[in-house]
Ligand binder design. Structure first.
Ligand code: ZN
Length: 77
């Protein structure tokens, strides 16, 4: 009697949704961030103005993250 059910379904490939995670703050301004799916990736905020601007820095990091997602994580919706 060998009635073992061998379902060849792979259940391991659970795709994690990559997210943006700020790792360094300058007061309330995000200056450095990483991708939750790629620990080695670092995004550094760049500003045009001399003084760090919260909105500008946040935007800079977001743009880099979006670009990273397009190249590293092909999003299919
Ligand atoms: Zn990533």
């Amino acid at each position: 009697m060998s009635a073992e059910s061998a379902s060849g379904k792979k259940d391991t490939a659970r795709m994690k949704k990559p997210g943006l995670r700020v790792t360094k703050w300058l007061a309330e301004i995000p200056v450095e961030a990483t991708c939750t799916a790629c620990a080695s990736v670092v995004f550094r905020a760049k500003g045009v103005s001399h003084r760090p601007n919260r909105e500008e820095y946040q935007r800079s990091i977001q743009v880099q993250f979006d670009l990273h997602c397009k190249t590293a994580h092909l999003q299919n919706d």
